[in-house]
Design a protein around this ligand. Structure first.
Ligand code: THG
Length: 268
């Protein structure tokens, strides 16, 4: 399972505050903690359209100084921000995100096609708004895979995000997610599936129960990557446990190693 640490996001109040005050120590600490909990990539999102690129560049500089091997997930709705930040990253990262919305494919696809090792997250979304059905998402899947072929980007460099809405207002949210995953896997068994899984519990109490249920359920239908909170030790335990149960961790080698490194919460 590929883990993208979600914590460096200006949508989180404490992070927004740290960004406003340019509190570098706060950002560096949150980066280090997520890497210790085995995040493969760190998502960075400014939440500040007024100085988006400036803030992402500031975070990249700070974090790379402490962790030269770090890989970033560049989370911005603005293609120019992404294109400006890519050359500053010492290691190839992930673009979060592309979609069939206007002006996304034209600028970012060629940049990714050119750069070895860079990957991207593709939202199954087009210009007509949030997808309500599996069919609508699959239309976007076909549109995006056609564009990828045009630019020579192979399927293993793309993480498809069927999109998750809160189950508080979208009762079909999880079912749409897994039914889309099933369709994608039927057509392309090698395709990667990702989600920003904390979205499932927005506005509801005891979010960790919903996040955990979503994680394990979605993994059963092929989700192999997530933008999630690796500091939530029960959730991280769920990742390793589900991998072992799904036959992806022979002799529980990874599970035992994570346990030994004290990555899990709860009673020992
Ligand atoms: N898909 C893609 N990118 C995304 C999302 C997606 N980027 C943003 C978002 N959705 C994923 N990131 C977050 C970051 C923080 C939270 C939710 C989604 C959040 N965090 C709580 C906090 O830190 O206060 C804690 C949540 C928890 O305990 O698990 O709410 O869908 N491609």
């Amino acid at each position: 399972m590929l883990i993208i640490g979600e914590k460096l996001n200006g949508a989180i109040k404490a992070v927004a505050e740290a960004i406003k005050n340019r509190d570098g120590d706060f950002i560096r600490d949150l980066a280090s903690k997520q890497l210790l909990q085995r995040a493969d990539y760190l998502d960075i999102c400014s939440g500040r359209p007024d100085c988006d690129a400036e803030i992402l560049k500031w975070m990249i500089g700070l974090i790379q100084n402490d962790h030269p091997d770090v890989r970033f997930s560049l989370d911005s709705p603005n293609p120019d921000t992404i294109l400006e930040c890519m050359p500053l990253c010492k290691n190839p990262g992930i673009i979060n995100s592309v979609s069939l919305e206007k002006n996304k494919t034209g600028s970012i696809f060629p940049a990714v096609a050119d750069k070895n090792g860079w990957k991207m997250i593709a939202l199954l979304l087009d210009d007509t708004g949030m997808p309500e059905t599996v069919e609508k998402r699959m239309e976007s899947f076909h549109g995006i895979t056609a564009k990828m072929m045009e630019y020579g980007i192979s399927i293993n460099r793309v993480y498809f995000d069927p999109l998750v809405f809160t189950v508080g207002t979208s009762p079909d949210s999880f079912l749409n997610f897994i039914n889309t995953s099933k369709e994608i896997k039927k057509e392309c068994p090698d395709a990667h599936i990702i989600s920003g899984l904390s979205n499932i519990s927005y506005g509801l109490p005891y979010r960790k129960a919903l996040n955990h249920a979503f994680l394990v359920g979605a993994m059963m239908f092929g989700m192999d990557s997530a933008i999630m909170d690796p500091l939530n030790r029960d959730l991280l335990g769920g990742v390793y446990a589900a991998e072992a149960l799904l036959g992806k961790d022979e002799y529980c080698i990874e599970y035992l190693s994570a346990y030994r490194d004290d990555l899990f919460g709860g009673v020992k």
